[in-house]
Design a protein around this ligand. Structure first.
Ligand SMILES: [Zn+2]
Length: 470
């Protein structure tokens, strides 16, 4: 092992070789940002056009430790594990429906089943979109679910009478939460022959309704139409998997580049498509329930969820006081990490002070100089605490800005930018009450209807002046 802490002797950033992962849901070949970054940082020697490049891990997690160019483990250089894991994700199709345990549950799962749950740590995570990004996140309001049960008889057929009754009758927050747990566990425990038969029937009907000769869908409110389309798309990606009905339970969100959301412990979610930066506590614990060929743990998932309703707040970050619009910080309400997005225009220089904790940075776009050395998109670096300041310079004649993501331990825990709505997220419990909320979940503090916002993102008409540039 290198003498600890050797990194304290380093006066600038240290180039890293991150760990690239191919999973079935990744984007294939050079279309994948993960592939391009992995190639640039020499994590891989060549890009295979048929391989789905899914994740790039930058950090000290034992399942994908980053190395120095010399071959040394980053962990040996730091002298301990970093409290966070930084990732780039390229999702071509949906990831499994999942939730991450809180600390207490993580420790229990790890001791009971260390093969499936290799970490005893919790895994709060934050996603920042690099492209328009689709995700399912958090339960819908119970009224929406009740509406969808009535609208889609094939979905209703996968639920017990008791669960349906509870859903229709639930009035006060506690009985709503109760009903949500009943209806979700009833669906998850539905006999496979029943759910696959009804899924097939549902798809036939939805396909017929999507045809332009069918009158009905054009009268449908946008959120209902979008929900049906999402079911069709997931079913195409995972033939025969009843998890395709997840949009009947979960909020379906589209996040614009530069927007982020924070996933607290014990909230169900599934990323669907797009590319993001992800930062999380250093852990790999996932409890999966569908849309995956991997180990599914329905019992633990049903048990652990908070059954809060509504989705996360969509967060566009906050400018750092010292550096103005050049740096946007995304600060979750957990101590392990926060992410800074640095934006240096052609002709500009940014001197950025070390926050006093070890950091990881990755060049996302554009090139320029970092402490006098040329850097390019895809390169990632360790920033030791003994390097007091970094200087980024982008020459005047560069065509575009240089964009850099920097992750480190949370230094702004007192003023998080990502605050969850009301009681969304938190420790697994059914004690919290449900906030009253209009139908359906709107995102962005309910100021802009999500569908219109999402259509606007697709048309490029969304007001980008209000968004951070990435
Ligand atoms: Zn997750």
């Amino acid at each position: 092992m290198a003498e600890v802490p050797e990194y304290n002797n380093r006066k600038s950033v240290v180039p890293l070789v991150p760990s690239a992962k191919d999973y079935a849901w990744g984007i294939r070949g050079m279309d994948s940002r993960v592939a391009r970054y992995a190639l640039e940082s020499k994590s891989i020697d060549e890009v295979d056009p048929d391989t789905p490049y899914a994740e790039l891990w930058i950090g000290t997690h034992p399942k994908g430790p980053s190395k120095l160019k010399s071959g040394e483990d980053l962990r040996d250089v730091v002298g301990e594990d970093l409290p966070f894991l930084f990732k780039v994700l390229s999702a071509g199709k949906a990831l499994s429906i999942q939730a991450h345990p809180d600390k207490e549950l993580a420790a229990r799962l790890n001791s009971e089943n260390p093969n499936a749950y290799g970490d005893d740590n919790h895994k709060p995570e934050m996603a920042i979109a690099l492209t328009p990004f689709e995700a399912m996140c958090g339960f819908r309001q119970i009224e929406e679910i009740a509406f969808l049960i009535k609208k889609h008889p094939e979905f209703a057929a996968c639920l017990s009478q008791e669960a349906k009754l509870a859903t229709f009758l639930a009035q006060d927050p506690d009985s709503q939460k109760d009903a949500l747990q009943k209806v979700f566990s009833s669906f998850m425990q539905c006999d496979a022959t029943v759910s696959s038969k009804n899924l097939a029937l549902l798809l036939l009907r939805l396909q017929a309704e999507q045809s332009k000769f069918h009158r009905h869908p054009h009268d449908e409110p946008a959120w209902e139409r979008k929900c049906s389309r999402a079911v069709l798309r997931l079913a195409q990606q995972f033939p025969g998997d009843a998890g395709a009905m997840a949009p009947f339970f979960l909020n379906y969100l589209l996040i614009a580049p530069g927007e982020s959301f924070f996933m607290a412990a014990n909230e169900p979610h599934a990323y669907v498509a797009g590319e993001i930066i992800e930062c999380m506590a250093c852990s790999d614990n996932v409890v999966r329930a569908g849309l995956t060929p991997k180990f599914k743990d329905v019992d633990n998932l049903v048990e652990m969820l908070t059954y809060s309703m509504g989705g996360p707040t969509i967060d566009a970050g906050a400018y750092m006081e010292e550096t103005g619009s050049k740096v946007i910080r995304y600060t979750p309400p957990v101590p392990e990490f926060e992410v800074m997005m640095l934006h240096i225009n052609p002709g500009e220089t940014l001197n950025y002070k070390n926050p006093g904790v070890p950091g990881i940075l990755i060049i996302l776009e554009g090139s320029g100089e970092l402490d006098g050395k040329l850097v390019r998109p895809g390169r990632s670096y360790f920033w030791p605490t003994d390097s007091p300041e970094l200087e980024f310079v982008v020459a005047k004649d560069r065509r575009g800005p240089m964009k850099v993501a920097l992750a480190h331990k949370n230094c702004h825990l007192h003023s998080p930018t990502a605050i969850n709505r009301m009681n969304f997220g938190g420790a697994s419990s059914r004690r919290t009450s449900v906030p009253p909320s209009p139908l359906p979940y709107m995102g962005l503090g309910n100021t802009t209807p999500s569908f219109e916002r999402e259509e606007a993102i697709k048309d490029g008409a969304l007001d980008h002046a209000k968004m951070p540039k990435l």
